[in-house]
Design a protein around this ligand. Sequence first.
Ligand SMILES: *Cc1c(COP(=O)(O)O)cnc(C)c1O
Length: 370
Amino acid sequence: MFNETNKIPANKLDRGFYKYQNEFENKALEVLRSGWYVLGNEVTQFEKEFAQYNNAKYCVGLASGLDALWIAFRILGIGKGDEVIVQGNTYIASVMGITINGATPVFVEPDEYFNIDASKIESKITDKTKAILVVHLYGQASNMEPIMKLAKKYNLRVVEDCAQSHGAKFNGKNTGTFGDIGCFSFYPSKNLGAFGDAGAIVTDNPEIMEAVKVFRNYGSEKRYYNRVVGTNSRLDELQAGLLRVRLSHMQELEDEKRAICERYLREIKNNLIELPKIRTGATHIWHQFVIRCEKRNELIQYLDKKGVGSIIHYPIPPHLSEAYRYLGLPKGSLPITEKYADTVLSIPLFVGMTKEEQDHVIETINSFCD
Ligand SMILES: *Cc1c(COP(=O)(O)O)cnc(C)c1O
């Protein structure tokens, strides 16, 4: 049934479209026929609904998740000469959000849940430290209690990278609402995905909300009156409208992915495979189901032959990428981060995945041996 040419891919985005095809198509036509395409009613409504979804006061729509990150640091005045603490094992956009403004990332090793190890933050704080960027990686909320305590003690800003954690909570509170600014991406593969690029920030601070609103539109509040040198990072009506459709089904979408992952956790049994763990108090919205395997290359080849796709998030940690060679952090400087980069593997997980596909993924992984 499944083989090398007829593979179960790691992700399959069209299934998520067909699930609500009529609603998406009707909304697209509605926007196309409206004659208003950028920063309009759909954006305003989406911002309201997404703020509410997160139990945040405000949301400002932007053009991407990376924009949300760098604009967040820009608005907080964090740049040249400043240091920002971030986990070593993140997607490189987290780090670019820091360095685009000229600030320096200071990497901390992850814990066993793939998030920042809060017990290793304090020793990295210096006079230059201005903020902690918390990444809720793969969909699981980070250990926010000790992180917020440290931020308070050292008077640090907290920015949250929620690109993978829409709706995830720590002790009942939404990721993105612990710190000063929560940054979201709606890249198509994210749990709340658009049909193109899109992003947003959430905040409870009205000054930050106002500043981001002005900044995203060339620094102008009123047309042709420019207060600051801003950028163009506007959310368009089509994406906002389509996001509203998806947002209205978020619980169902989250439940569907959770059910698949609960099966994986229950039914994948192989001594060569380490399954993901969930921290007490944290919820996981399963952006990715990430296993670890010392024999990863052999596993990938085996899965491939049996028609099971997989993908590595992420094979090269930011500090070892060419882009950040200038930081001067050689191989071996973040051993846990590097170990994860060498052993993690995301297995197929997407909305609309059939029972047969899930069965085959489980059976194939269980039959992998030395
Ligand atoms: C996707 C992602 C981003 C960047 O979002 P874009 O919308 O692609 O710019 C940032 N951080 C993390 C953790 C991500 O997964």
